[in-house]
Design a protein around this ligand. Sequence first.
Ligand code: PMT
Length: 405
Amino acid sequence: MTRLTNKRVLLGITGGIAAYKSAELVRRLQDEGADVRVTMTQAAQAFITPLTLQALSNHPVHLDLLDAETESVMGHIELARWADVIIVAPATADFLARLVAGHGDDLLTTICLAAECPIAVAPAMNQAMWGKVSTQQNLTTLRDRGISIFEPGDGLQACGETGTGRLMDVPLIVDAVSGLFKTGSLAGRHVVITAGPTREAIDPVRYISNHSSGKQGYALATAAAEAGARVTLVSGPTALPPPDRVTLVRVESARAMLDAVMNVIDGADIFIGVAAVADYRPATTESQKIKKQGDGSITLQLIQNPDILRTVATLKDRPFTVGFAAETEQVIDNARKKFEAKKLDMIIANDVSNQEIGFNSDDNETTVITRAGEETLTLMSKATLARRIIELIADQLVTESQTHG
Ligand code: PMT
């Protein structure tokens, strides 16, 4: 896996000569696994064509705020929601000023206004423009608002002058983008996560399973690793590549998942049960393939599987224990019942009746329930959701350690 796997990067290009370098930036971000979409200001199109960026990014380039066609495909609000991070490179002095002023009169400024994800700007301009008090004050304001500034380099500029204002080198921008996802909030912690479905064998060729893809659990593993934790991911069968910097233990059945969890849980700080563990398994697994029966029906007797989450939650020195509740009706009420019954520290209610969220989707919408209350995390990518959940867990751990001295 690469540093930006599953990350959605929205690249905003504004009108400066360094805009030609954005083509290379798209490629290098993709090399790191990012899904890149591009939006360009009108001035940027004087320096590089949308067609080039479309061919490189494999997506239509978003150009106009008031274009009914592109708005109906993916409007500015959807683009803002889609992105895990927005990078404006190159960012002109004019764009910085408009961002500071909160303008919303073109697509890029409007997306930035609507965005809740991290935003970074990579300024590029003539050295005198860079040195102007107005530019420097704008940068200070943006920094204060939490926007990351990818500082320009020194050297010979396109205008023939020498000084500060060259777009940060593309490999350094890519490093800086991956750095945005590292928080350190779980440094020194061991996090154990279950993900994916389990398979309960009926005979050597058939099994009972479910639609879990593992995407949400793997995204949580990545987010926990980015937060500085040591992560063990116990995964049922999925088609996903192993997340970077995560110890992956592959299992098939619920019982194998329980064994794998119990092997590593001692001393763990956090357990997150994301796996869709089969509640039942066939009472017996036939050693040979079951033959078609004459009377047209067959009865399969099922017995209950161990509950991994409940087992972890009842350990003497248990970790901070987080469950997910996949529900198709009365989502919050049912999740609350599981929260109480399994004596959890946190449960995340997931409405799986909606195909846009839950099983095998790229996005999710959930409600996080703790003793302190409820928080709904509205529609966002599973990667962004994972980071939000990891930060909520990190906050809870800090609160707990303060409460218990
Ligand atoms: O994998 P994706 O395609 O990305 O989909 C994500 C998801 C929908 C699977 C995920 O967001 C989710 O909701 N996971 C929980 C699935 C589930 O089995 O929910 P449940 O309500 O049946 O179980 C409640 C909790 O108990 C879960 O944390 C589950 O991991 C745990 N459990 C359940 C049964 C069991 N025998 N052992 C368990 O540990």
